[in-house]
Design a protein around this ligand. Structure first.
Ligand code: URP
Ligand code: ZN
Ligand code: ZN
Ligand code: ZN
Length: 463
């Protein structure tokens, strides 16, 4: 039996802040006790004095190696999970993709093959359903029973990932009976495609028009629609990458009605804006993602919703494309810019900065970044908290360290940082995954293949 002891830190979970020592045995948390109150012996002692001891982050929305717009997201499972660990995230839930005309199983097998033996941290999968039909609806039941308990559908991207309202309703009905959770990308893609063609015909080709055609009202309309479809189906729904204030209003209204409606936002919507999309010399392409960045005024309602629990989770939607050679595919036509932004390494730090800025409390930081995503996607107890029996996925976090975010120093396989030059206070010092060191005092000591696949239970958020 190997024993590791973390002493002297401030242990922060979603519910508590306690000065405590943490004993790890064979990859799991064995016990916590008031600092210095126990005479525990250990093979390895980590001094966490003046540091926070927090659960490893759970990023429930990543796209390693996602095929999109004729290219692939530039982080592999190897590079992306290593970068995640550098940023204090010890679990990702990535999206396996079913392609039209193929089975869910084929998509899932492909994603297992991409990830197997390559990850530095543990990982699970959601399933993107691009083709809802009798056969794939039946497959959903099998997937839920083997740990793929959430399914993403799209009201956007006609011809690629898009499902019509009937398909969405049927998938929700199925989820209502098999315990799965439907995740919705909520934007009116049919209307957006008309506006895209009209904008291009007017010669509006710069990245900033990506934000203009993907109107906030087309996010809130689709959000409203998927909420009501879920209500009719008698199923819960989780809306991904919420960016518009009007969409938050729809979620809040539905929750006030008592509906099992949930939502996530992402750091890019909390810290960046249409000002970035409007950067000259095609630099705005770095910030093209969907839903798009919004005018700065939307941020206050996102922060408020994170405080009031109208939004429960902050994930990254990490989907990096290099500026050179990938984002550049859309020079002269913003609709050809691959959609997505890097961020898996930045999330915990940006949200810690939000604590310092007064947007959220320390415990809320851990709730929205660790505990809630774990509970939402059936990993809680094992992941998302520090308690006896939980996996020893632990981050020693230095709340006073100062850093400047930059592509020069980050570990994501992408040639720019969305937060280039941003100064934040707080930095990951040491990371353990199931009791094994992955980052040791800012040195990477992990290995590809340490991370294991995590079959997930159904959502634990529903009661
Ligand atoms: O722009 C984004 N979000 N790219 C990834 C795919 C998605 O819709 O989440
Ligand atoms: Zn096939
Ligand atoms: Zn999406
Ligand atoms: Zn995504």
């Amino acid at each position: 039996m190997t024993r590791t002891l973390i002493t002297g830190g401030l242990v922060i979970t979603a519910t508590d802040e306690i000065h405590a020592d943490v004993l790890i045995e064979d990859g799991r948390i064995a016990a916590l006790a008031a600092t210095g109150s126990q005479e525990w012996s250990a093979d390895h002692v980590i001094d966490a004095s003046h540091k926070y001891v927090i659960p490893g982050g759970v990023d429930a929305h990543t796209h390693m190696e996602l095929p999109f717009g004729g290219t692939f997201a530039s982080d592999t499972f190897e590079t992306g999970t290593r970068a995640a660990a550098w940023g204090g995230t010890t679990t990702i839930v990535d999206f396996a993709v079913q392609s039209v005309g193929h089975s869910l199983r084929e998509g899932l097998d492909l994603w297992h093959a991409k990830a197997d033996g390559r990850c530095a941290i543990d990982y699970g999968f959601h399933m993107i359903m691009s083709d809802v039909n009798d056969r794939t609806l039946k497959e959903m039941d099998h997937l839920v029973s083997e740990g793929i308990s959430s399914f993403k559908l799209f009201t956007a991207y006609p011809g690629v990932f898009y499902s019509d309202d009937g398909q969405i309703l049927r998938a929700m009905q199925r989820a209502g009976s098999n315990g799965g959770l439907i995740m919705m990308h909520a934007e009116n893609g049919i209307a957006i495609d008309v506006l895209v063609q009209q904008a291009l015909a007017r010669g509006e080709t710069d990245p900033r028009y990506h934000g203009e055609v993907r109107h906030a009202l087309l996010e809130s309309e689709a959000t409203h629609r998927v909420i009501r479809l879920a209500q009719v189906a008698g199923a819960p729904v989780y809306v991904v990458h919420v960016s518009a204030q009007q969409a938050v209003t729809e979620l809040a209204r539905a929750r006030d009605e008592g509906l099992p409606v949930f939502g996530e936002t992402c750091p890019q919507y909390l810290f960046l804006s249409t000002d970035n999309l409007a950067e000259p010399d095609f630099e705005g392409a770095k910030y093209v993602c969907s839903t798009p960045l919004r005018p700065r005024e939307h941020q206050a309602s996102l922060w408020r919703a994170l405080r009031t629990n109208d939004l429960q989770v902050v994930s990254t939607d990490h989907c990096p494309f290099c500026f050179v050679g990938q984002k550049e595919l859309g020079r002269g036509d913003f609709s050809k810019i691959p959609n997505g932004m890097p961020g898996v390494e930045n999330r915990m730090d940006l949200l810690h900065q939000a604590v310092l800025d007064g947007h959220i409390s320390r415990r809320r930081w851990i709730e929205i970044a660790c505990a809630a995503p774990a509970r939402m996607f059936g990993l809680y107890g094992k992941k998302g908290t520090l308690a006896p029996g939980a996996d020893a996925d632990v981050v020693i976090y230095d709340p006073a360290a100062e850093q400047t975010m930059s592509a020069q120093t980050h570990h994501m396989n992408v040639d720019y940082s969305a937060y280039e030059g941003k100064k934040v206070t707080g930095q990951v010092e040491t990371v353990l995954s199931r009791g094994e060191l992955v980052i040791d005092r800012r040195e990477y000591v992990g290995r590809a293949g340490h991370g294991v696949y995590l079959p997930r239970s159904v959502s634990q958020y529903l009661g």
